[in-house]
Design a protein around this ligand. Structure first.
Ligand code: AMP
Ligand code: MG
Length: 535
């Protein structure tokens, strides 16, 4: 099946105002939602990785990824018939400060298509060359950050976390110069392009920018378009006045954002750059930059060295940061609403929605049927116990399902019996002695008693726990190993890891190494525990 059969509808560029200028002159774009811009061709595009599931989502033959044309199209060298490439205009708060116009500085959407089974989807090439929003930068992306985006998008999807998807990873054949740690050591790196796929890439900052400029007309058009195309339940037949739809729309964004952050806390994903331009209006994980996966349980951890000083975006504060970002969105949307109260109520409701979602998620993770009095305390105690010694949170939760709970009398288990199944979770096994060991074992027995009062039989409980506690996540060091190999010319590990991450909740005999806790060499290695925004 040829890529020229993709059914481009391009509603974003058809229905919204365009920047009248078509050029690469860097500029402030007023009164427009986007600027038309073609990708800049690359030297020698080569397909490194391809997602058959996303191809199918788009109605493509998964084998099309092997064609030379796919590398040309998804490397940005050939436009498929019907494409209408553009860079979107948006603004955002960066690290708490209003940054004004940002826009797609290196992402170029080919356009929106309709698909047989997945509604409308936008195809976007990240790293496709400069746009009017590139400011002083080159519009390109390096291989290491593109591998990270490709793998993590798909890993998140298979973990059940809402996310933008990744169709392809193309090596460009061009070098891109980056100063990886911003320490005065620029070097050329291989360039790459990832084709991202989502119903829309609209961000909180998309609405913030016209609101900040007092451009109510553009703001109204963007909100109407978004509700009509992506929130059809709110749009209905379109007869409800916009002033009444806006609070419903905002409420839905709050609900989806709460659900998203519950997922992140469950899987241990730390985004790293939760600026308002990096929050999707659809509640998807978007813009994979210096993200990381929580290994040893530490609420203060952030992978982003650019944020090391304040740790604004550390694991434990992500849900509050989301609410702060929602407040900024509320401020932008408020002028369009008939009444402010329902917007305020939605914002306040975020906290309750998040907490309810978090509790039911934790109950599932811990194998409890419903929430009971005292469960909050048991969970706080768990988090204290997990910080007594470095504890891998993925292995801990996954293997917890195997900790014995003899019929109705958890208390009869010895320390050895309850600790044995989770032994792999400890980074420094010889610290698990004395009081630390006793405290962990006591918590496990308390958990066992709670499991007994939860009333699920062992098999049901374990199956349920295994369905929410992954065996495989994109551990930071695994991503780095795949990148090292890819930079040396071998994409085999990228593809193997990609395959492992398609079944994160299954035990995969023979692939145990991909579930192993971080090895010592990776503890302080750049790319494994430390990442900058340079990408
Ligand atoms: P991010 O931190 O990746 O969300 O990017 C923030 C802003 O910088 C966005 O407007 C990006 O499009 C822009 N940007 C990041 N990297 C580049 C690049 N290499 N070339 C042009 N613009 C970029
Ligand atoms: Mg961004």
């Amino acid at each position: 099946m040829s890529l020229d059969t993709l059914a481009f509808t391009n509603r974003f560029t058809q229905d919204l105002p365009a920047d009248p200028e078509v050029s690469l002159r860097r500029r402030q774009v007023q009164g427009a939602a986007f600027s038309r811009q073609d990708p800049t061709p690359v030297a020698e595009p080569r397909m490194l990785a391809w997602s058959p599931e996303v191809a199918e989502l788009l109605g493509l033959d998964p084998l099309v990824g092997e064609s030379a044309d796919a590398a040309q199209v998804f490397g940005g060298n050939r436009l498929p018939t019907g494409a209408d490439p553009f860079a979107a205009c948006y603004g955002g708060h960066q690290f708490g400060n209003w940054a004004g116009q940002l826009g797609d500085g290196r992402a170029i959407a080919l356009g929106e298509i309709t698909t047989p089974n997945a509604g409308h989807q936008t195809l976007q090439l990240k790293g496709a060359g400069p746009t009017p929003y590139s400011r002083t930068a080159d519009g390109r992306a390096v291989l290491r950050s593109s591998v990270r985006e490709f793998l993590c998008s798909e890993a998140m999807h298979h973990l059940g976390v809402p996310t933008t998807r990744a169709l392809s990873l193309v090596l460009t054949g061009d070098a891109v110069v980056r100063d990886m740690l911003y320490d005065g050591n620029p070097r050329p790196e291989p360039g790459a392009v990832v084709c991202r796929v989502a119903p829309s890439f609209t961000r909180f900052g998309t609405f913030q920018l016209p609101a900040s400029r007092g451009d109510e007309d553009l703001l109204r058009q963007l909100v109407e378009f978004t509700i009509r195309t992506d929130f059809p339940d709110i749009w209905g037949d379109g007869s409800t006045p916009l002033g009444q739809m806006v609070p419903q729309f905002f409420n839905e964004v709050c609900t989806r954002t709460a659900a998203l952050f519950v997922h992140w806390m469950r899987v241990g994903f730390v985004h790293g750059v939760l600026n308002t331009d990096n929050l999707s209006i659809l509640g998807l994980t978007i813009d994979y930059g210096p993200y990381g996966w929580l290994e040893s349980f530490d609420p203060d951890w952030t992978p982003n060295t650019t944020d090391a000083g304040h740790r604004r975006y550390r694991y434990g504060t992500q849900p509050q940061i989301a609410q702060w970002n929602l407040l900024q969105l509320a401020n932008a949307l408020a002028v369009l609403a008939d009444e402010i109260e329902p917007i305020q109520a939605a914002l306040d409701g975020y906290g309750d929605t998040y907490q309810a979602g978090y509790r039911s998620m934790m109950a599932e993770r811990l194998g409890w049927d419903t929430w009971q009095e005292g469960d909050d305390e048991t969970i706080s105690e768990l988090f204290e116990v997990m910080q007594l010694t470095e504890t891998d949170q993925v292995l801990f939760f996954r293997d917890l399902a195997r900790v014995p709970v003899p019929d109705g009398v958890a208390a009869v288990c010895t320390d050895d019996e309850v600790l044995a199944p989770i032994a792999d979770a400890f980074y420094v096994p010889n610290e698990v002695t004395g009081e630390v060991r006793t405290a962990i074992a006591e918590w496990l027995r308390r958990w066992g008693e709670r499991v007994v009062t939860g009333g699920l039989d062992t098999e049901t409980r374990r199956t349920r726990m295994d369905a929410v506690n992954p065996r495989f996540v994109l551990r930071n060091y695994l991503a780095q190993e795949a990148i090292d190999a890819a930079e040396a010319g071998d994409a085999g590990l990228v593809n193997e890891l990609f395959d492992v991450l398609r079944h994160p909740y299954s035990e995969q005999p023979g692939r145990e190494r991909f579930a192993a806790r971080r090895p010592e060499w990776a503890r302080h290695r750049v790319g494994c525990s430390m990442l900058s925004c340079s990408s």
